[in-house]
Design a protein around this ligand. Structure first.
Ligand SMILES: [Zn+2]
Length: 400
C-alpha cells in the first residue's frame, strides 16, 4: 500500500500519554500512515524526510481525532420496538408493556425468527452508519438467542458485520442476558455453562452477564465467569443498573474488563474498580432514551476509575448508533468535560476492550481516525445532533 500523509491538521488529538495535556493535543500537525498502521504523528514541520514523498490528504485545518471505540452494543437483533417506545411515552408502565408482549423477550422471539440474511442485512446497515459517523471499532454482544444455536448464529452474524461493513468488531457472549421463558435462573445458568459456552466461546473474546433484578444474581454470574475464563473469555458485566446487587464488587474480584451501566454504583465500588483496573462503561444514550437519571460518571472519573463511553445500541432502551450523540449527552447530562468525554469515547473504549492499539494516534497504532468538519473536538458536544464527521479513515483507508 502506498503511504498516506494526512497534513494541514489544525488540531490533532493523539491521546498519547507522552504528549503533554489530557488529550495529547498537537497543533499544525500531520499523520503518516502505511499498511493500516500509523507510522508517524506530530507537528507538520517535523515530518521525517523519508515520509514526505507520500500520497497526501490535505484536511484544510480541520481537527483529527482517533476513531471512536464503541465498547457496548447489542447490534445484532431482529425486529424493532418502536411501538413500545411510543407506548412508554404515552404513559404505559413497564409491566403493561411486558403484558402486551413487549420487552426483551419480544426481541428474542424476533431475532430467533429472522433469517440469517435478514439479521445480517439490518446489522450491516447499522454497522455502516456507525462507521460513517466515526466509530471504527464496535463491540457486539449476543444475548437475544438464549439457546446454543441461536447465540452462535448471532455471534457469526456479528463477525460478518465486520467483514461486510468495514467496521472493526469484537464479540461478547451474553447467554446470561435474562433467563429464557419457562426456565428458572439456575436452569438457565446450567444451560449457559453446559451447552451455550462450549459452542459460543470460539466466536467471542468476552463473556458478559446481566446482573440485576429479573436477570441474574452475583452468585450465578460468578459461576458463569468461572466457566467462561476456562475457555479464555474475559469477563465484563451489566452492573448496578436497576438495583445495587454487588456486581461492581464482583467485577473487581474477577478482574473484569469492564462493568457497565452503574446507575446505582457506590463510592466504595468505585474505589474497588479503580484498584482492579476495571473500566466503567457509561451509557448515556440509555438514560436519555428512558428519561432516567444518569449514572454518576463524574464521581467515577474523580475516584480514578477509567471511564468508557458507549452507545448500548439495542432496540429496547437505547436505539442509538452515534458516538457523537453519546459524547453530547455525556457532557450535558453526566457532567463530563468535552475533553474527558472524547477521551472516554476513544481511548476509554479501547481500554474497555483491552486494545492498546486503538483510541490513540502514535506510531504503531491502528490507522483508525476521524477528520472532523470542525476546528476542534469540543464542537462535538457543543453542536449536538449534527454529524460533524468529514471523513473516516479505517485501517488506513478513507471510508467511501
Ligand atoms: Zn447492554
Amino acid at each position: 500500500m502506498t503511504p498516506l500523509l494526512i497534513r494541514n491538521i489544525g488540531l490533532l488529538v493523539t491521546n498519547a500519554p507522552d504528549v503533554p495535556g489530557q488529550l495529547g493535543m498537537v497543533e499544525d500537525a500531520a499523520v503518516s500512515i502505511r499498511d493500516a498502521q500509523i507510522v508517524w504523528a506530530g507537528p507538520e514541520d517535523e515530518i521525517p524526510v523519508a515520509l514526505r514523498r507520500s500520497a497526501e490528504l490535505d484536511v484544510e485545518r480541520r481537527a483529527v481525532i482517533p476513531g471512536f471505540v464503541d465498547s457496548h452494543t447489542h447490534l445484532v437483533f431482529g425486529g424493532d420496538r418502536a411501538e413500545e417506545f411510543s407506548a412508554r411515552l404515552g404513559g404505559a408502565s413497564y409491566e403493561e408493556i411486558l403484558r402486551s408482549g413487549g420487552g426483551i423477550h419480544s426481541t428474542v422471539a424476533a431475532t430467533r425468527e429472522a433469517s440469517v440474511d435478514d439479521l445480517l442485512a439490518q446489522s450491516v446497515s447499522r454497522g455502516h452508519r456507525m462507521l460513517r459517523s466515526g466509530t471504527t471499532t464496535v463491540e457486539i454482544k449476543s444475548g437475544y438467542g438464549l439457546t446454543a444455536a441461536d447465540e452462535v448464529r448471532i455471534l457469526e452474524v456479528a463477525g460478518r458485520v465486520g467483514e461486510d461493513s468495514g467496521i472493526g468488531v469484537m464479540r461478547t457472549f451474553l447467554g446470561a442476558h435474562v433467563p429464557d421463558r419457562g426456565l428458572t435462573e439456575e436452569d438457565h445458568v446450567d444451560l449457559v455453562i453446559d451447552e451455550m459456552l462450549p459452542a459460543a466461546a470460539p466466536h467471542a473474546e468476552f463473556c458478559d452477564v446481566f446482573v440485576d433484578r429479573g436477570a441474574f444474581s452475583v452468585d450465578s454470574a460468578r459461576r458463569v465467569f468461572e466457566a467462561a475464563t476456562g475457555y479464555g473469555l474475559v469477563p465484563r458485566l451489566h452492573a448496578e443498573q436497576l438495583t445495587h446487587t454487588g456486581a461492581a464488587a464482583l467485577s473487581a474480584e474477577v478482574n473484569a474488563a469492564s462493568a457497565d451501566h452503574l446507575d446505582r454504583v457506590t463510592v466504595e465500588d468505585a474505589v474497588a474498580m479503580a484498584e482492579a483496573g476495571v473500566v466503567a462503561g457509561m451509557l448515556p444514550g440509555a438514560g436519555f432514551s428512558m428519561r432516567a437519571d444518569q449514572a454518576p460518571a463524574r464521581m467515577l472519573w474523580d475516584a480514578g476509575v477509567i471511564v468508557a463511553l458507549a452507545t448500548d445500541c439495542n432496540p429496547g432502551t437505547s436505539y442509538v448508533e452515534s458516538m457523537q450523540f453519546v459524547i453530547a449527552v455525556a457532557c450535558l447530562e453526566m457532567g463530563l468535560t468535552p475533553d474527558e468525554a472524547v477521551w472516554s469515547a476513544t481511548r476509554g473504549g479501547a481500554k474497555s476492550l483491552r486494545r492498546d492499539d486503538l483510541g490513540i494516534i502514535r506510531a504503531g497504532a491502528a490507522a483508525d481516525l476521524v477528520i472532523l468538519d470542525a476546528p476542534s473536538h469540543r464542537h462535538i458536544p457543543y453542536r449536538p445532533g449534527s454529524d460533524l464527521v468529514w471523513k473516516v479513515v479505517k485501517s488506513g483507508q478513507v471510508v467511501e
